[in-house]
Design a protein around this ligand. Sequence first.
Ligand code: SF4
Ligand code: SF4
Length: 438
Amino acid sequence: MPKDVLTFKRGGVHPEDRKFLSNKKAIEFLPVPKEVVVSLSQHLGAPAKALKAKGDSVVRGEKIGTASSFISAEVHSPVTGTIKAIQKVTLANSVKCDAYVIETDPTAEEVKWDDIDWRTKSKEELLNTIKDLGIVGMGGATFPAHVKFSITKGKVAEYLVINGVECEPYLTSDHRTMLERAEGAIEGVMIIAKVIEAKKIIVGIEKNKMDAVKHLRDVIKAKGYPITVQPLKMKYPQGDEKQLLKATTGREIPSGKLPLDIGAVVSNIGTCFAVYEACTKNKPLMERVVCVTGECIKEPKNIVAPIGTKIGELIDFCGGFKEEPDKIVSGGPMMGFAFYDLDTPIQKGTSGVISIKVENEAPQTSCISCGKCVSACPIGLMPTMMYKNISNGRYDVALNKYSLMDCKECGSCAFVCPAHIPLVHTFKYGKKMARRKK
Ligand code: SF4
Ligand code: SF4
């Protein structure tokens, strides 16, 4: 039997979770928007290749973009309508890419989905479906799922670890998925387990979501599936693959290696639900649960919205702003991206949008060598030394001596820094410069 509550040992921080704003709000469906902006770069890796042209009609669920390389993914239309334009858009993470502007047809008939028993399908057929229907990691990383679930020759996925941690403050989309879509999500877990031939299956959930722990355990028991639900301590970044695997399996991913190198595959719980819909309904990934929250939102909500919905429409659906936000962030406050244009569309990896006030933002001062950042780093890096070397243009020292590339950009060091130094921003810049120099 697993211990009551587990966690990782090294580093980590305890930001206020602020999940009470939306964690009791049942998932609602956004009415179909008049227009969606669907980018061809919905995933990590190369953008998809456009399959449609301006003026073409599309049906909800139809493929409109196809993977252009090994690490890439298919893209489907979330609405029935007409392609008004293909144009450049700027995403919340500042990436510029091509996107379809699709005008929806309000008279379109609802698309009917299939009813398939996934157990009748081989693991190869299931993997093909996951690829064909554009499933990517929905926790934010957007890594193409078919690539992650293709087990390289000579490797074994002993563990399948499902990420239901949702350790970023504010966000509650995975929490509500586990409460309201558990039946489907658990079928998705078993589909992935079949594809990768996992021997042990663990779902990790932080203990601020004990209702989800109980509910998943009830669903799993009723289905008779061999899945363990493991409560985890509340500690950021518990949801990072490295910390999640350490807590649930006791195994540590070495520097520069992947979960599969230690016999594990990690998948987000929302991705499991998308896998279930793909493999049992033939439904592509073209909508998702987005948590729209923060102190500046009138009525925070968890909303199922088509991919490509403009963020401003989601905010309007929540009654708008109750006060002017200082910051709007796509994703969580620790790792998300601040953006300003409310016409920015949601992507397959958009788990939330938060609108917040930034109270008394203190000015940056010099490093006082307090070492707090070193204690907070879950990877065991020396953020202060990486910062000093990058600031002095010694990118190779930050890279080779202080393992800059192992930095997960989790923000724990910046969170505790009394000098308010933009450490993560510096590390992102340092990585870019180090790559350029190489
Ligand atoms: S926490 Fe900030 S001030 Fe302290 S050592 Fe690290 S960078 Fe310097
Ligand atoms: S951002 Fe990088 S250096 Fe800072 S705590 Fe996270 S992993 Fe460590």
